[in-house]
Design a protein around this ligand. Structure first.
Ligand code: CA
Length: 245
């Protein structure tokens, strides 16, 4: 799945090189040369990851990383620092400021893309193309295919709409945790999309309907007063009386 990556780099040649390689790898690249420009872009659209240069004119990358971590809206965005320094104490300072990883200049495009993938896999697995298998479901983001194990153990293809697919991908990469409707809107629809919370309910209903042919609708649990949870434990409890009958 393509990710939106913000490059904050004041050296035009490096900014260009990074942006071109991100685009080539299938990502959407946003560019900023200063912290002010970066802040403006973030206000308009929350990126999935930020590549942040350490040495920036005016305000340093480290200072900006700390600011992002202290803001409720941006605190969860993965950050990779781009640095000319390879000194151990600098690395520690970068990680303490909230960076997820750092890349020392000069770096190869291959290394950059690999680091981005590793950080996204750890911090935002719903943005990667990795196949997810859980609770008898198999979701393949690369081909947009979903299948479920029927009671006879045979995998059957399941019909699912694009929004329900993204919702399920998020759930399967964040199982057993309760998410409010507002959180699901932020995570699956984007934080600047203004939709009513009951939109989530509509898509949850459609998602359950898509999972019904193989009996996996119970994986999507309603948590009264809180929201929804994808739970493999819930499925087992729900399946027990049916198998006894
Ligand atoms: Ca710089």
């Amino acid at each position: 799945m393509p990710s939106t990556i913000l490059v904050v780099e004041d050296e035009p040649a490096i900014q260009e090189l990074v942006a071109v390689n991100l685009t080539f790898a299938g990502h959407k690249a946003l560019r900023a040369a200063t912290v002010d420009q970066a802040s403006t872009l973030i206000r308009a659209e929350l990126p999935d990851l930020i590549l942040l240069d350490w040495m920036l004119p005016g305000s340093s990358g480290i200072h900006f990383a700390k600011k992002l971590r202290n803001d409720e809206r941006t605190k969860d965005i993965p950050i990779i620092m781009l640095t000319a320094r390879s000194n151990e104490s600098d690395k520690v300072e970068g990680l303490e400021a909230g960076a997820d990883d750092y890349i020392t200049k000069p770096f190869s495009p291959k290394e950059l893309i690999a680091r981005i993938k590793a950080v996204l896999r750890r911090r935002a697995p719903q943005l990667t193309d990795d196949v997810v298998e859980l609770g008898g479901l198999r979701l393949d983001p690369a081909t947009h295919r979903l299948s479920g194990a029927h009671t006879d153990g045979v995998m059957r293809a399941l019909d699912i709409g694009p929004t329900e697919f993204r919702l399920l991908h998020f759930f399967m990469t964040h199982p057993e945790r309760v998410y409010s409707r507002a959180q699901l809107l932020d995570q699956v629809w984007g934080d600047h999309v203004f939709l009513e919370e009951r939109t989530v309910d509509v898509h949850i209903r459609r998602l359950r309907h898509s999972l019904t042919p193989t009996g996996h609708e119970y994986l999507v649990e309603t948590v009264r007063g809180s929201g929804y949870r994808f739970s493999v434990a819930a499925q087992k409890l729900a399946a027990a009386p049916a198998s006894a009958a």
